[in-house]
Design a protein. Structure first.
Lengths: 350, 164
């Protein structure tokens, strides 16, 4: 019996696509409306298959992953693979079916899955997601690993060992980087800034959710407009970390609609050469960092050699240490260190 | 050391969307001599993983990556070249976590491969199974006893006799 109702559902949207007039109205062709709710009960597995096929029909990217993540989320799991055994083949309640339909319909417009389910994972954290605040990317998980491995290997130098380490994050977005660092390092204090009030609010919200708000200070500051405000917040910071907007302006229009239509462009657009915010960060860095303090940046793969040359020519106290690649072997991370001495720089590096 | 290039060139012929990552010197996975399995209830000493012997696959599509891409596929496939063991992990929505868990699972599989039945992984599993079975048996016994008691009560109230 359920087969009939499912195919009836399909007939509905097929008509729409053919532009047939009638009760659905004219020109309702690609209005991306959902298939009808099944009249008989279906299982999660069937719902996932149905929506996967529908997403494919409607040109939604990652049709399989999209339906899987949404349905797994509604079943209380992170991924389909981690859904409780047997739950996938149980019949869904009417309520649950309606929830699936509601969320999957949102995905039709190209809304990123992370905004549809309003959460996502970043390393060992689950963070709330809210448009238009930038969604953390998997590459950035590696940026955190870089910072952590350096901080963990930092030789303890006696007095001030137990003192709190301070880190500044520029452009915190949902708080992914800051909160990840705080979770892993109990002795760390973080100051996070963002030009977007939405991002500031979301970072604070996530901090409270994770119980990390005591060691985090979040401020609404645009480093491009008000560098002074940042300087007044921090005096000697050991680490400056950032995933700043680094896309080239001309590349913005090439973005997939999930990004272009839903995420804050200010979190993406780095200007003509993608270096607008990066340069500002590096110019301010010597005033913010303690001596030997480091900057960790996520950048566009074309940036590392350009940044190195530019820093050598323009920011005396910042030394380019190394470039690291991401999981796809693209140059992605730049590490720089503050070295105060004006003499032979090479002698100071160790 | 096994040669990786024949395997990598083979993979590229399958699909241009699959990206093989060459053995990295990754800061998060240093080769420590004896590593305790993370997150599991009991401490288990599992064999070390040599990153040079592993090949990792991420199906991330051909996009530019980073901020320019929002793809949610983060399943990790990890292959241990010397033994051919393949581990697939998509337990979480974090690539980093999936990579770590894939390695934990790989260590368990390698332990089983090396030690067979004696592997602590299997021993603990068997113990846990036996404990569950014992618990089930006790619960059933209890239920049975209660049932019999109820029956006895019922019959004695009918006949007016006291239960034993």
């Amino acid at each position: 019996m359920w087969r009939t109702s499912l195919s009836a559902g399909f007939r509905c949207f097929v008509c729409k696509r053919a532009g047939i007039k009638g009760i659905w109205g004219s020109n309702a062709v690609r209005r991306c409306s959902a298939p009808a709710l099944p009249t008989d009960r279906i299982t999660a597995r069937q719902a996932a298959d149905l929506w996967k096929r529908y997403f494919e029909e409607m040109g939604v990217t990652e049709p399989d992953h999209s339906s899987s993540y949404i349905i797994a989320y509604l079943l209380g799991a992170k991924t389909m693979e981690s859904v409780e055994k047997g739950k996938l083949t149980e019949f869904l309640s009417q309520d649950k079916t309606e929830q699936i339909w509601k969320l999957c319909t949102r995905r039709l417009s190209g809304m990123p899955v992370q905004y549809v389910i309003e959460e996502w994972d970043f390393r060992d954290l689950t963070l709330k997601m809210r448009p238009p605040v930038f969604i953390p990317r998997p590459e950035t998980e590696e940026l955190v690993e870089l910072v952590l491995s350096d901080l963990n290997m930092k030789p303890r130098t006696g007095a001030g060992d137990e003192a709190l380490l301070t880190c500044l994050e520029v452009g915190c977005g949902s708080g992914a980087i800051s909160l990840s660092l705080l979770k892993s390092l109990p002795q760390l204090q973080v100051i996070a800034v963002d030009q977007s009030q939405d991002a500031v609010d979301l970072t604070r919200h996530n901090a409270v959710r994770l119980g990390l708000q005591d060691r985090l200070q979040v401020c609404h500051i645009d480093v491009m407009e008000d560098a002074e405000a940042v300087l007044s917040l921090c005096n000697t910071v050991s680490v400056l970390v950032s995933n700043p907007p680094y896309l080239f302006s001309e590349d913005m229009t090439l973005l997939q609609r999930e990004i272009y239509r839903f995420e804050d462009h200010a979190a993406l657009d780095g200007g003509k050469d993608g270096l607008k915010v990066i340069k500002q960060i590096l110019i301010q860095a010597p005033q913010i960092l303690s001596n030997h303090g480091r900057v960790y940046l996520e950048v566009d793969p074309r940036h590392p050699p350009v940044i190195q040359r530019w820093v050598e020519a323009n920011v005396e106290e910042m030394h380019y240490m190394e470039t690291r690649c991401d999981i796809n072997n693209r140059p992605r991370f730049c590490i720089l260190q503050k070295e105060k001495s004006n003499k032979d720089h090479k002698l100071d590096l160790d | 050391m096994s040669r990786l290039s024949p395997v990598i060139s083979c993979v590229y012929r399958w699909s241009s969307r699959v990206i093989w990552r060459s053995p990295p010197t990754h800061p998060s996975f240093p080769g420590l001599p004896r590593v305790l399995a993370a997150g599991k209830k009991d401490l288990i000493h599992l064999p070390v993983l040599n990153e040079d012997e592993l090949e990792e696959q991420f199906v991330r599509g051909s996009g530019p990556g980073g901020q320019a891409t929002n793809k949610t596929s983060n399943c990790v496939v990890l292959k241990h070249i010397p033994t051919g063991i393949v581990v697939k992990c998509h337990q979480t929505r974090s690539v980093d976590t999936n990579r770590k868990r894939a390695r934990d699972i790989m260590r368990e599989k390698l332990d089983i491969r090396h030690k067979g039945e004696l592997s602590e992984v299997l021993v603990k599993k068997k113990e846990s199974e036996m404990r569950k079975q014992e618990k089930r048996r006790k619960v059933n016994e209890n239920l049975e006893r209660k049932r019999q008691f109820k029956e006895a009560l019922a019959t004695s109230s009918e006949t007016g006799k006291d239960p034993v």
